[in-house]
Design a protein around this ligand. Structure first.
Ligand code: SF4
Length: 258
C-alpha cells in the first residue's frame, strides 16, 4: 500500500495488524495506572484540547494515566509523514482541525478511537438499528462504481469483489449492520431522521483518523453509541488533491463487531 498523506497504519509491514496490537497493548498498559476506561478517555480528550500556554502549564502539572514519551516511541512509526505535511501546508490550513492535526493529536486520537470502541461496543451491539458509514474513497477506482441511492445514503451493489466497500459491506450485513457509502455532508440531519424512525440506533464509522474521531464524538453527543475503524492510510482528495485508493483492516472490523 502506498503511504498516506500523514499516517500509515502499515508502517513498514504488509498489513496493519501490528498497529492494532500496539494500540491494544498501549491501552492495557495505561489502564494499569487508571481506574477505568472512561477516566482515561476523559484525560485523553482533555490533553487533545489544551491549547497554547495552557498546554505548557498542563504538561508541567499533569497527572495523567498515559505518558507522552511512551506514546511517541510506540506510535511514531505510523505517523512519519506528518512533519512534512505540516511544513507544506499554508498557515491558514494549519488551523483546519482536520488537515492541521499535529502528531501528538494523532497519537491521542488513536487512543481515543480504541477507548471508545471498548466502552461502546456492547451498547452498539444492543441497539435496535445499526448502521455503518463507509467512505467512498474505499471503492476500487479501476472500475465504474455501480452504487445506488439507498434509504439514507448510497448503497453498494457488489459489482467488484476486490472493492473494499463490497468486502466490508458483506461482513457488516453478516452482523445485521446496514452498510452505506457516506456522501452526505449533513450527517446530523441524517442521524436525527434515524433516531425518529427507530427505537434505538448505533453507528459504526470507517474514516481517516481525525475524521473518525470527529464523527464518533458527534454520534456520542447525540447519545448514539459509536464505534469505528480507522482507514489504514489517508489518501482521499481532501488530503492528496485527488482521490487515491485506500484500505482498512477487515480482520479488525470483524473482531470489533463479532
Ligand atoms: S463493489 Fe460497490 S462500492 Fe465497489 S465499485 Fe461496485 S458498487 Fe461501487
Amino acid at each position: 500500500m502506498n503511504p498516506g498523506k500523514t499516517y500509515s497504519l502499515y508502517a513498514n509491514a504488509d498489513t496493519s495488524n501490528e498497529y492494532y496490537e500496539t494500540i491494544r497493548k498501549l491501552i492495557d498498559r495505561f489502564l494499569e495506572n487508571c481506574r477505568d476506561e472512561k477516566i482515561l478517555l476523559l484525560q485523553v480528550r482533555k490533553a487533545i484540547s489544551k491549547p497554547g500556554l495552557f498546554k505548557i502549564f498542563h504538561n508541567k502539572f499533569k497527572n495523567n494515566c498515559f505518558e507522552d514519551d511512551i506514546l511517541k516511541s510506540s506510535l511514531s512509526k505510523f505517523t512519519k509523514n506528518i512533519k512534512n505535511h505540516l511544513e507544506e501546508i499554508s498557515i491558514i490550513k494549519r488551523f483546519d482541525p482536520i488537515i492541521g492535526t499535529t502528531e501528538k493529536q494523532y497519537f491521542l486520537y488513536m487512543l481515543e478511537i480504541e477507548l471508545v470502541n471498548r466502552i461502546y461496543k456492547k451498547e452498539f451491539n444492543e441497539a435496535h438499528y445499526k448502521i455503518a458509514l463507509l467512505p467512498h474513497c474505499l471503492r476500487d477506482f479501476h472500475e465504474r462504481c455501480l452504487s445506488q441511492p439507498g434509504e439514507i445514503e448510497q448503497t453498494c451493489k457488489g459489482c467488484n469483489k476486490d472493492c473494499f466497500i463490497n468486502q466490508g459491506s458483506k461482513i457488516l450485513k453478516k452482523y445485521q449492520i446496514d452498510p452505506y457509502i457516506s456522501v452526505t455532508i449533513d450527517q446530523a440531519k441524517m442521524f436525527k431522521y434515524l433516531m425518529r424512525k427507530h427505537k434505538s440506533i448505533s453507528a459504526l464509522g470507517i474514516a481517516c483518523i481525525p475524521e473518525l474521531v470527529r464523527g464518533m464524538r458527534m454520534c456520542l453527543d447525540f447519545d448514539i453509541p459509536a464505534i469505528g475503524i480507522p482507514l489504514d492510510v489517508n489518501r482521499c482528495a481532501r488530503w492528496m488533491g485527488r482521490a487515491q485508493e485506500t484500505s482498512f483492516n477487515i480482520e479488525a472490523l470483524e473482531n470489533l463487531i463479532r
